[in-house]
Design a protein. Structure first.
Length: 138
């Protein structure tokens, strides 16, 4: 038997606004060892974040309240991880745009210069210290 209860008020993910209408809470009986209490009482919690489809469960404790806290923490962590992945994907998309074409670099030892195939020159010491912007411009 699955019982849908309203989500706990005041629980919001830091990554995105998690409204309680976006989360479905299911309470069910967990299977496995644990004795009569675990088999007769619905202590396991399943949270489903409807916009993303993320599902987390908690059946670690014999207490429904403990499992509810753990499930909300797991959902927040999953949403934060998803948001961080999206942010990293956006940053990496910008980096890929910079390196969209093949570039070749030539180092002239006696001048301590790096020259690109487009004719842009930069100091080798500056390039080695991390200042790549002059070489990456068209």
């Amino acid at each position: 038997m699955v019982v849908a209860l309203p989500a706990e008020p005041g629980d919001h993910a830091t990554a995105g606004e998690m409204r309680k209408t976006d989360v479905r809470v299911d309470v069910y009986r967990d299977s496995g060892p644990g004795g009569q209490h675990r088999n007769k009482v619905e202590t396991a919690i399943r949270l489903t974040h409807l916009p993303t489809g993320i599902v987390v469960t908690a059946a670690d404790s014999r207490s429904q309240h403990e499992n509810r806290k753990v499930a909300w923490q797991r959902l927040r962590t999953a949403l934060d991880t998803l948001d961080a992945g999206r942010r990293h994907a956006d940053v990496n998309a910008g980096r890929v745009a910079v390196f969209s074409r093949t570039r070749s670099f030539t180092w002239t030892a006696w001048r301590d210069q790096v020259k690109t195939d487009a004719g842009v020159r930069a100091s080798m010491t500056k390039v080695l210290s991390g200042r790549l912007a002059p070489l990456l411009t068209e």
